[in-house]
Design a protein around this ligand. Structure first.
Ligand code: IDP
Ligand code: MG
Length: 137
């Protein structure tokens, strides 16, 4: 069994899409191990998106991700990381396939509703960034 870090971004929370995202992971068969609503501050944004610091879109990304509450989750299941990325769709929502979260709920490259870890190392790092071990069931 594998764990992945999934987050509903500020536009997804503001638009009332938390339940929609949760329902998809539940119905797919994943087990919810942790969940919290929080407001990301600048320092956490820089840690979470460390790989993107210095890229042209980083300042807009940091402003967006700190703009309102997010919902952070840990989901567990077989091939969780890859399967979650498939369920989310590609980064640019306009290109994301219908039936994916981004492909069903966004047209934006930046405000693309959800974040999901892209590999085992980032999953472990991101889970540790947002959750204490005691917060995971
Ligand atoms: P991912 O979320 O699909 O893993 P990443 O390349 O890791 O995509 O980028 C992180 C986030 O940064 C994206 O989800 C999106 O919100 C934003 N982003 C990525 N590329 C661009 C861009 O070219 N313009 C604006 N925002 C971008
Ligand atoms: Mg990424």
């Amino acid at each position: 069994m594998e764990r992945t870090f999934i987050m509903v971004k500020p536009n997804g929370v503001a638009r009332g899409l938390v339940g929609e995202v949760v329902a998809r992971f539940e119905r797919r068969g994943f087990t919810l191990r942790g969940m919290k609503a929080l407001r990301i501050d600048r320092a956490l944004a820089e840690q979470h998106y460390a790989e993107h610091i210095g890229k042209p879109f980083f300042e807009d990304l940091a402003a967006f991700i700190t703009s309102g509450p997010v919902v952070a989750m840990v989901w567990e299941g077989r091939e969780a990381i890859t399967t979650a990325r498939t369920m989310m769709g590609v980064t640019d929502s306009a290109l994301a396939a219908p039936g994916t979260i981004r492909g069903d709920y966004s047209l934006s490259k930046e405000e693309n509703v959800v974040h999901g870890s892209d590999g085992p190392e980032s999953a472990a790092r991101e889970i540790g960034l947002f959750f204490d071990e005691a917060e995971l069931v």
